[in-house]
Design a protein around this ligand. Structure first.
Ligand code: NAP
Length: 194
């Protein structure tokens, strides 16, 4: 809600003091609000140069938003956090970000729990003796994508972090890729009233 140069600087101070911290590891512009994100980005650049944020990035930016932002940016976004899961594989955006050196990050990686009984994923999970959630999160990592699943349950948080002791074959990666339907659970950044 606090876009623009001064508003972003002020929002940063408020967040930092609420958190009781001296600096932030990562700060993102949540949505590409037309006419506002360039000014907000300039504020993030200032805070980054001052060492008050270790990495700066954006969220829900499509290729055209990134291209537009970079016409004015001094520093490239380091992260783009977008909705990403087997029903929304964002191939073009991933390729673009990889070419630009922008790290992709997946929000709602488990499609908010809607993929957990998918038969193809369940079949793959059985092969590896892992849960469907672990298969999806491993697929994220093998695509080079940071993933931020959320759970309110301790055992699931542990389960979701336990994805470094197996590797999906290329064939299984392809089977998961093939589930794409360009289907979102969250708003479409190109058709959303911010
Ligand atoms: N940048 C953005 O615009 C944006 C938009 C949306 C979300 N996000 C962020 O993305 C993060 C994750 O997204 P999300 O919470 O929407 O969706 P998600 O992580 O895909 O799914 C969360 C749901 O899955 C369940 N779950 C988690 N781990 C599980 C497991 N191992 N087995 C079975 N169920 C499991 C959770 O239930 P329990 O709690 O009962 O385990 C919860 O209902 C959040 O931190 C959120 O802030 C960012």
């Amino acid at each position: 809600a606090d876009l623009g140069y001064e508003a972003t600087l002020a929002a940063f101070e408020t967040s930092l003091s609420k958190l009781g911290l001296d600096y932030l590891d990562l700060y993102l512009i949540h949505w590409p609000v037309e006419g506002k994100y360039k000014e907000a980005w300039r504020a993030l650049e200032t805070l980054y140069k001052e060492g008050r944020i270790k990495a700066i990035g954006v969220s829900n930016f499509q290729i055209h938003h990134l291209e537009d932002l970079m016409t004015a940016a001094e520093i490239k976004p380091m992260i783009n956090q977008v909705e990403f899961h087997p029903r929304l594989t964002q191939k073009e955006l991933i390729r673009y970000c990889q070419n630009q050196g922008i790290q992709m990050e997946a929000w709602s990686p488990l499609m908010q729990g809607q993929l957990l009984d998918h038969p193809v994923l369940a079949d793959i999970a059985q092969t590896y003796n892992k849960s469907v959630a672990q298969i999806i999160l491993r697929w994220d990592l093998q695509h080079g994508i940071i993933t931020i699943p959320k759970s309110t349950k301790e055992h699931r948080i542990k389960e979701n972090a336990s994805v470094f002791d197996f590797e999906l074959t290329q064939d299984d990666m392809n089977r998961i890729d093939a589930l794409n339907e360009n289907l979102r659970v969250g708003p479409d950044p190109d058709n959303f009233d911010f």
